[in-house]
Design a protein around this ligand. Structure first.
Ligand code: 5CA
Ligand code: ZN
Length: 429
């Protein structure tokens, strides 16, 4: 799929740093690109039916900070994002609203692209929908089947008699591969069982070997989209799409796997499990997640009618840079709430920074020593890099800019500070 326009990034002097990130698998902070000239990133993309709310934006801006830091550190960056353009929630929304599922997906993907471009998010190098990747996904399911890691479950409601759904066999995978249940999420079985039921799993499905075994391939049902495969007509399960799209574009092991905290289990546990079953390798060296954003005390969801959409804020005249700045004032791993007026507070901060640059330029800059000022600006750039290096401490970086713009500087020094703000935080003065 086409992605979106790439923002121009100023080049900064000195040496950039690749960040250390919290890894959910080990519970430790790990180097995101240890001793390599390249950075590979896979971030789970949208299911295109309720784009783009502030939670989505927060997740993509968090991982955009990783991309920007890698670029600043001179790494060769490869970034992939998927689109879950066929799945139950999308089909349900299409049916409920009487829209063709393809049209719903297409319009939501277009809205997402526009929002991401406005927010100056660096686009992925590969942007792939499931509907563009059916054959390789079906091949991967077939391989798991042939290796005895997938099994069929009777499916009386399939469109065709004797057609079956296919499930991933946790026990078989544990016996045959280095992956074990919980090794990616670090969760205990009780928590996993609760989350599996809450997040689209089907623990009650008769015929499964383990209630937590996830779906790999769903046989065609009447009225649902389906594609030909050696398993018969059907469509992919959710987790396998990310395993296959990541491997196809980034190789067997990727540096960082990212997404929102709602994906820790089951999605990232099983996309890693499927990938390891196919390659024998660990899926990602770092398994990183952003926190979840709620709105005025409630989980944001379309069914609750409390989505804060980036497009609505933009239509109301809010500058995208202010939305970005509002998000960046939160530590990316925290769960937090968006409150009415957050965009206003961020816009005021941005305006204060701009005023300070304009006023201080008219201030008697001759009183400042240009060389000392240049040195201070370079110190600021390195201080911002150091904050972000520390598990993306964006609030710490924003504080540094508050301090900087709170005192007088030469125009040249302010220009470098503005470049750092633009290159690393994606906010343009
Ligand atoms: N298509 C799947 C991933 S393969 C999916 O989860 N789609 S999504 O549209 O529901 O979410 C897109 C991305 O935004 C995911 O990385 C998800 O973890 C993240 N996300 C969703 N809701 C929130 C939220 N409230 N706060 C923060 N991040 C969120
Ligand atoms: Zn995913």
């Amino acid at each position: 799929m086409r992605s979106w326009t790439r923002p121009a990034l100023p080049k900064l002097p000195g040496r950039g740093l690749a960040p250390r990130l919290h890894d959910d698998a080990s519970g430790q902070f790990l180097a995101s690109a240890p001793g390599t000239p390249s950075g590979t990133l896979y971030v789970c993309g949208i299911t295109p039916y309720d784009a783009t709310h502030i939670g989505h934006a927060a997740t993509y801006i968090a991982f955009d900070t990783v991309v920007r830091m890698w670029l600043d550190a001179g790494l060769d960056v490869s970034y992939t994002q998927n689109i879950t353009d066929v799945d139950d929630p999308l089909l349900e929304r299409a049916t409920a609203t009487g829209v063709d599922w393809r049209e719903l997906a297409e319009s939501q993907i277009e809205l997402f692209r526009t929002d991401m471009a406005a927010l100056a998010v660096v686009p992925p190098d590969s942007y792939l929908g499931v509907t563009e990747t059916i054959q390789p996904i079906a091949d991967a399911v077939d391989e798991l089947r042939r290796r005895g890691i997938a099994y069929a479950v009777d499916t009386p409601d399939a469109a065709v008699p004797k057609a079956t759904d296919w499930y991933f066999d946790i026990a078989a995978a544990e016996a045959a591969t280095p992956w074990t249940l919980g090794s990616e999420s670090g969760l205990d079985r009780e928590t996993m069982a609760r989350l599996f039921a809450e997040r689209g799993g089907d623990p009650e499905r008769p015929g499964k070997r383990d209630p937590l075994d996830p779906l790999l391939w769903r046989a065609e049902r009447v009225g649902e989209p389906a594609w030909e495969s050696v398993m018969g007509r059907g469509r992919p399960g959710w987790h396998i799409e990310c395993s296959v799209i990541a491997r196809q574009t980034l190789g067997d092991t990727i540096a960082v796997q990212g997404g929102g905290g709602d994906l820790v289990f089951p999605h990232h546990e099983f996309s890693a499990a499927h990938a390891t079953a196919l390659t024998g390798e660990r899926f990602a060296r770092v398994n990183a997640h952003g926190g979840l954003v709620a709105f005025d005390g409630e989980k944001m969801s379309k069914s609750l009618g409390n989505l804060v959409l980036v497009s609505q804020l933009r239509e109301a005249g809010v500058e995208p840079g202010a939305i970005r700045l509002a998000i960046l004032t939160h530590p990316y791993r925290d769960d937090w709430e968006w409150h009415r007026g957050d965009e206003q507070r961020a816009a005021e901060r941005l305006a204060a920074w701009r005023r300070s640059v304009a006023e201080l330029q008219s201030f008697d800059a001759a009183a400042l020593d240009p060389e000392a000022e240049d040195a201070r600006a370079l110190e600021l750039v390195d201080a911002v890099r150091a904050r972000l290096h520390d598990d993306l401490d964006t609030p710490g970086a924003v504080d540094l800019f508050d301090d900087w713009f709170g005192t007088p500087h030469t125009a040249a020094a302010n220009e470098l500070a503005a470049d750092a703000l633009d290159a690393l935080l994606g906010v343009r003065l």
